[in-house]
Design a protein around this ligand. Structure first.
Ligand code: BGC
Length: 608
């Protein structure tokens, strides 16, 4: 009797201690920091932590969540990897990975809305199995629609929207894009590009709204609001203002990439010029509450943007008061010359929050751990980076919505979105020449001859960043309408439309009007750096051939930037700049055949 009473006492004590420990674990969620009195109270009263309370602001929720996280969990939130680099899907949980992306062409095998949704839901469900169940950001480059997927609506590239210069239209387009993204589970777009593209030889001119800073500023806010929505604390998808800063002003031959010339180069301009010509769009983006800003792969005065403390922290975060997160661009941290470990710590110290590795998350995890242990990186900076990323996740409502398995395949490429894209195409067209007032063309013409490399090629008319990074060749995009097909649809039943790409027609053939649709083959980034953007010999030959058989000659230039056509164009009656119109070729014929007027103006200088 006496012995068992003696035994019962410590047992009772043990139970009390265990119970206490268990309660303490629930409240502080295993963090190595003390949780706030508020969360303690709330957890006791309501049984749920503050970060799960949707009535609190993203900032309040993020702060609560950060206070519960271990440093390993925090390190994981800084990771952004391409899905192709995942060695094992369970690594999402094992490393607490915070964000994934599909870089250009990183599409699921089943490249349909369904295939995407299934893939992303799978990743999200692995993330949800972690201790705190922090959902993933999933990013893509929806720079002219969700153009990773063949059935998406492919809007004109931004250069065309710059020509249209219609803020309402840009907002509507981006709202449509956000719907197409959400239907596939994507919650983050690396757009808009707010580069002010000053050199037409650059391979990224078409991604920009042009060379006029006022125009870029004018369209920045609408693009961001269109994607995110009106309320920054409750957004549809996260928008990214890129590429911060000065990537459109690099000097020829300064690229850090041996295969490129301008792209990833060095902007050798003064601070006052940088501030005057390149900063305003980002100021505007911050005003529009953009949630993320991407640090570019370029340099300013020999210092890489990826770890530019002055521009990332002093200017962007402190001076402009940017509250969102800074994400690096592809492999940016590892492209900084020198030691990768030291550069990683330096870049985060400089103000980088989320790191687009985009491959080796294991090495990164170890490096950040070591930087913290050695004091090279402070816990304070780590907490700030995580806070910024988590705020965005709360603003997205990711913790409040369960993974949806809706069947929304019909949202991609819907009639409504295609009509919007078609409107954008017609507003983007710029009439460069019509000396003899040959336009509009009559739909009752008897004979039309069509030639040129971009006439019957929806891949060419969509440009780079379409399905593949460097774009596609041919009519590879289901639901898209080539300009040739649009001409056939626009004209009367009595009109005969003959097509030959090279402009070769039967002997004796004569057309009232020849329409040459010519231009650049798709390219992306530095692969488009070109000392003299111009038409190919093949296209020039096709135009000559067509000229011979046509009474009047209309040339439609499908290109990402101005081309050197000064000499050749003397012999053409009409020249239209169509930029990279995307999937809706009818936008071109809507104007060519007079249903609408030309209204686009040049967003970049085109030497005439
Ligand atoms: C580009 C970025 C893009 C990123 C992710 C990089 O190569 O410079 O504009 O957002 O890839 O695809």
């Amino acid at each position: 009797m006496k012995k068992s009473a003696w035994l019962r006492y410590p047992l009772f004590l043990l139970v009390i201690v265990l119970l206490g420990f268990w309660l303490w674990k629930i409240v502080r969620g295993g963090s190595d920091r003390v949780s706030t009195a508020d969360s303690l109270l709330e957890a006791l009263v309501e049984g749920r932590p503050r970060y799960l309370n949707p009535d609190l602001t993203p900032d309040e929720r993020a702060r609560d969540l950060v206070s519960r996280m271990t440093s390993e969990e925090k390190i994981g939130q800084l990771i952004l990897v391409d899905r192709r680099a995942l060695e094992d899907e369970n690594d999402i949980a094992k490393y607490g990975i915070g964000a994934l992306l599909s870089g250009a062409g990183s599409n699921p095998e089943d490249n349909t809305p369904n295939g995407w949704r299934e893939m992303i839901n799978r990743y999200q469900s692995v993330a949800s199995q972690t201790r705190l169940g922090i959902p993933l950001l999933y990013g893509v480059d929806a720079i002219h629609g969700h153009a990773n997927i063949p059935t998406a609506t492919i809007f004109p590239h931004q250069i065309g929207l710059g020509a249209a210069n219609d803020p309402g239209l840009v907002e509507q387009i981006n709202r449509a894009v956000s719907a197409e993204l959400l239907a596939t589970g994507v919650n983050w777009s690396f757009s808009p590009s707010l580069d002010v593209a000053l050199d037409n030889r650059w391979g990224r001119v078409y991604e920009s709204f042009g060379s006029d800073v006022a125009r870029v500023v004018n369209l920045a806010g609408p693009a961001i609001r269109g994607l995110q929505g009106e309320d920054p604390n409750s957004v549809r998808v996260i928008s990214t203002a890129k590429h911060y800063l000065g990537g459109g002003a690099t000097a020829w031959g300064t690229s850090a990439n041996p295969s490129y010339e301008l792209d990833q180069g060095d902007a050798l301009i003064s601070e006052s010029t940088l501030r005057r010509d390149h900063l305003p769009p980002f100021q505007e983006a911050v005003r529009a509450d953009v949630w993320s800003v991407m640090a570019g792969l370029s340099s300013w005065q020999a210092e890489k943007l990826s770890s530019h403390h002055y521009l990332l922290t002093d200017v962007l975060k402190n001076e402009l008061d940017f509250q969102g997160f800074v994400v690096s661009d592809w492999h940016g941290v590892y492209d900084i010359p020198g030691n990768d470990y030291l550069n990683t710590a330096a870049a985060i110290n400089a103000g980088l929050d989320l790191v687009m590795l985009p491959y080796d998350y294991k090495r990164f995890t170890a490096d950040v751990r070591q930087a913290l242990d050695s004091g090279r990186l402070s816990y304070k900076r780590l907490d700030d980076a995580v806070l910024r990323i988590l705020r965005a996740k709360f603003a997205l409502g990711l913790f409040d919505n369960s993974i949806e398995n809706t069947n929304e395949n019909n949202i991609l490429g819907s009639i409504e979105h295609r009509l919007l894209a078609r409107e954008a195409v017609r507003k983007s067209l710029v009439l460069l020449k019509d000396g003899n007032s040959s336009l509009p063309l009559s739909k009752e013409l008897k004979t039309i001859a069509v030639s040129g490399s971009a006439a019957d090629n929806t891949g060419f008319q969509s440009g780079g960043w379409t399905i593949e990074w460097q774009g596609t060749d041919g009519n590879t995009i289901p639901g898209a309408t080539s300009i040739l097909a649009a001409i056939k649809q626009a004209v009367s039943q009595n009109t005969s439309v003959s097509y030959n790409q090279a402009g070769l027609f039967a002997p004796g053939y004569r057309a009232e009007v020849g329409i040459a649709i010519v231009g650049e083959k798709p390219y992306a980034e530095g692969f488009g750096d070109d000392p003299n953007p111009s038409l190919s010999d093949e296209d020039l030959k096709a135009i000559q051939n067509l000229r011979r058989v046509s009474d009047k000659l209309v040339v439609v230039v499908v290109s990402g930037r101005p081309l050197d056509i000064k000499q050749a164009a003397r012999n053409w009656d009409v020249v239209i700049a169509a930029w990279l119109p995307g999937s809706e070729g009818q936008g071109v014929t809507d104007v060519m055949f007079g249903d609408y007027n030309f209204s686009g103006t040049l967003p970049v200088v085109w030497d005439r």
